[in-house]
Design a protein around this ligand. Structure first.
Ligand SMILES: Cc1cc2nc3c(=O)[nH]c(=O)nc-3n(C[C@H](O)[C@H](O)[C@H](O)COP(=O)(O)OP(=O)(O)OC[C@H]3O[C@@H](n4cnc5c(N)ncnc54)[C@H](O)[C@@H]3O)c2cc1C
Length: 656
């Protein structure tokens, strides 16, 4: 396929405006949710003018417009797909995530407010509450008639949620809970919908019943009545933020606020009218992690949104690079197109390949989420693996967004800096995706904990230090035996020659099994190294916290290596499942580019660990360059395949 083909097909009226072949790739990208995503694209496109409008609006008006759009979107039914049908939803968790991802092509304040309202607030009521809460609230939540907050984070504690300082004490005399912001830094902070629009909040607090502390639980608390703070609630505005200024983030204090006993979201634990605390889950920490685990869909949503935002940025930058000319290079007749420069290809095309890889990895998380939440899969291990995969994909997807959007902005030169070309908002609005719904670094620690303990029965009970002790208590070989990667190790070792053995030509550099073996080896080796170092530190009598801290970069690196492997596997499996044909050929090309660029990025490590000779390493770099040249003629079709409505791209001058 060449650019000429693109032009001729466009001229002949085939898929006007889009490169030929794009529709087939869109079908691949949309997967099982093509219809839902098409509907969301159309609905978001109807609000495309908001992207321009916000540049003129005051912060207050921007919030109000976002609220209006949110309510209108709720009216389409597309924001509530994950809720049960009886409350206006479609009972389809997978569809709700797919819809959210497509929503990310538009204004990101609308997206995030929608995430707060339907994913966090509504999701918490659905997952942590029982029928009485569902009946009381869900229909209004889904319809956008009742806006609310998810009030977990406090100024004093964000990542360490178990340590929040809000206290809910049961008062048997009145059959109520009394909520109190019990420490100076225990006010709820950064809470979406709190500063202006929320009427109710799901508040996470330490439950005290009969004088006994029962750990963090969630309660439904009115925070605003007729536009004014509810009695005992103080509200402050977080003020101007780096981005997402259409969302009203705020702070909440509770001064002995009384709510009925039934306000406790009681799916996992309850207090009886007699004042007894009851729960089927005996261990407090397991109960806490079970509660948090039910909220995993927020994490899956944000990861997907980050990937979608990268798709917007790459569409603009690549289409611009296919029009913009600078300097005469191969011809004296006209200047060269940006995308015909090797370096421009290098900057954008591996990012495009990685975006596809992450998109497919996100499909896997979404599928797993759907299976677990629709009850198709019920075992504990699958649930824990989902949590780990969701955490890892969210971290890599949102870091990728930050990097890709910046590179795309620079690739558009000065024009990239103008608000009308979208990068200003994209950069500002997606930046915090790396932090909310779990800080990425903290999430990777969670992934590592799962790997090191193989999601052992004790997994959920363990904090970082317990985990160190747990690992140290095992022989290193046992740690390895317990991991899934170990099962592959012997095969990989036999198959993957060391870098010292003059292997360069013996294995095809474009062989997907070779790429996978390399990433598996890295993961396995790093995991073994971490286990050994943790064990050695403890054996030497060091404080477990100090041991962990010393090894922490290695821990995070291991988790990253693990998720990189999962992402590549998702891409390879996707390609292998495709029927033979030009789309599959193109996806193979892109997958090779992603794999080799990933190996190249860490070539120092592979050389250090004897899995890459210097010669082979250079060959990989040459191959990445060649693949960039091979992908270049398909760049347009690859971005057109994202099918982002033209009006949402704005950037008229760049796109032509
Ligand atoms: C715009 C916005 C909207 C938000 N919306 C909501 C909302 O609606 N509801 C809600 O409840 N919360 C919300 N949050 C809060 C958000 O979830 C938290 O900011 C996030 O969980 C991180 O917590 P923190 O800010 O306290 O950072 P910290 O936990 O203090 O982390 C700060 C830094 O320390 C590092 N760090 C922390 N622990 C460790 C460790 N053990 N080892 C190594 N490094 C570590 C982290 O990687 C991070 O870089 C929002 C935040 C923002 C900015």
């Amino acid at each position: 396929m060449t650019d000429n083909d693109v032009v001729s097909d466009v001229v002949s009226g085939v898929e006007p405006g889009r490169a030929p072949g794009a529709a087939a790739l869109t079908a691949l990208l949309d997967g099982d949710y093509a219809e839902v995503r098409a509907k969301v694209r159309a609905a978001v496109a109807e609000h495309a003018h908001l992207l321009t409008e916000v540049e003129e609006l005051t912060a207050e008006d921007y919030r109000e417009r976002v609220r209006q759009v949110l309510v209108e979107m709720a009216g389409t039914g597309l924001t509530g797909l994950g809720f049960p049908k009886e409350y206006g939803g479609a009972g389809d968790v997978g569809a709700s995530i797919a819809a959210f991802e497509a929503l990310a092509y538009g204004d990101l304040s609308v997206l995030v407010k929608s995430g707060v309202q339907f994913g966090l607030f509504g999701g918490a009521i659905l997952q942590l509450g029982t029928e009485r809460h569902h009946e009381a609230y869900l229909a209004d939540v889904v319809a956008g008639r009742l806006l609310g907050c998810f009030a977990m984070t406090e100024h004093g504690h964000g990542s360490n949620v178990a340590a929040v300082g809000t206290v809910a004490t049961y008062d048997p005399d009145s059959d109520e809970f009394v909520l109190r912001t019990a420490a100076e830094d225990a006010y709820k902070d950064y809470i979406g919908n709190a500063a202006a629009h929320g009427e109710l909040a799901v508040v996470f607090a330490q439950l005290v019943v009969g004088g006994e502390e029962r750990g963090v639980h969630a309660l439904v608390v009115p925070i605003r009545v007729d536009g004014e703070p509810a009695p005992g609630v103080r509200i402050a505005d977080d003020g101007l933020k780096m981005g997402l200024n259409g969302v009203d983030n705020g702070r909440l204090w509770f001064d002995d606020v009384r709510v009925p006993r039934t306000a406790l979201l009681n799916r996992f634990a309850d207090v009886t009218p007699a004042g007894d605390y009851v729960s089927d889950i005996e261990s407090p920490s397991r109960r806490f992690f079970t509660m948090l685990g039910t909220l995993v869909q927020g994490r899956v949503s944000v990861g997907g949104a980050g990937i979608a935002a990268s798709e917007v940025a790459l569409t603009i930058a690549i289409r611009y690079a296919l029009r913009r000319r600078q300097f005469e290079a191969t011809s004296t007749e006209q200047e060269e197109l940006l995308l015909d420069y090797g370096q421009h290809q290098r900057r954008l095309l591996p990012l495009l390949a990685r975006t596809y890889a992450l998109h497919f990895a996100q499909q896997v998380v979404r599928r797993d989420l759907h299976r677990v939440f629709s009850g198709e899969v019920t075992d504990e291990k699958s649930r824990r693996e989902l949590e780990s995969r969701a955490a890892g994909t969210k971290a890599l997807g949102t870091w990728h967004a930050t990097r890709a959007i910046q590179e795309c902005r620079e690739a558009c030169g000065g024009a990239g800096y103008l608000a009308e070309n979208r990068f200003a908002a994209l950069k500002a609005d997606t930046d915090v995706f790396t932090t909310f719904e779990g800080d990425n670094t903290v999430l990777l620690q969670l992934v590592a904990k799962g790997l090191l303990t193989d999601y052992a029965g004790e997994f959920e009970e363990m904090d970082q230090l317990d985990m160190v002790r747990f690992v140290a208590g095992l022989a290193v070989d046992t740690v390895l035996e317990k991991t899934a990667v170990h099962k592959l190790l012997e095969r990989v070792r036999d198959w993957l020659p060391s870098g010292d053995q003059g292997e360069p030509d013996s294995i095809g550099i474009r062989d997907a099994d070779y790429h996978l073996a390399m990433l598996r080896f890295r993961e396995e080796h790093m995991l073994a190294g971490v286990a050994r170092r943790l064990k050695r530190g403890i054996d030497q009598g060091m404080n477990p916290g100090a041991v962990f801290s010393r090894v922490q970069d290695h821990v995070i690196g291991t988790a990253r290596a693990h998720v990189e492997r999962l992402v590549l596997e998702a891409f390879v499996e996707k390609v292998r499942a495709m029927p033979a044909g030009p789309e599959r050929d193109l996806m193979e090309l892109l997958c090779d580019l992603h794999s080799l660029a990933t190996i190249e990025a860490d070539r120092a490590w592979f050389i250090e660990h004897g899995r890459l000779s210097v010669q082979r390493s250079k060959a990989i770099t040459a191959e990445v360059n060649r693949l960039c040249r091979d992908v270049r003629p398909h760049a347009r079709v690859l971005v057109d395949a994202f099918a982002i409505p033209e009006e949402l791209l704005r950037a008229e001058d760049l796109l032509g």
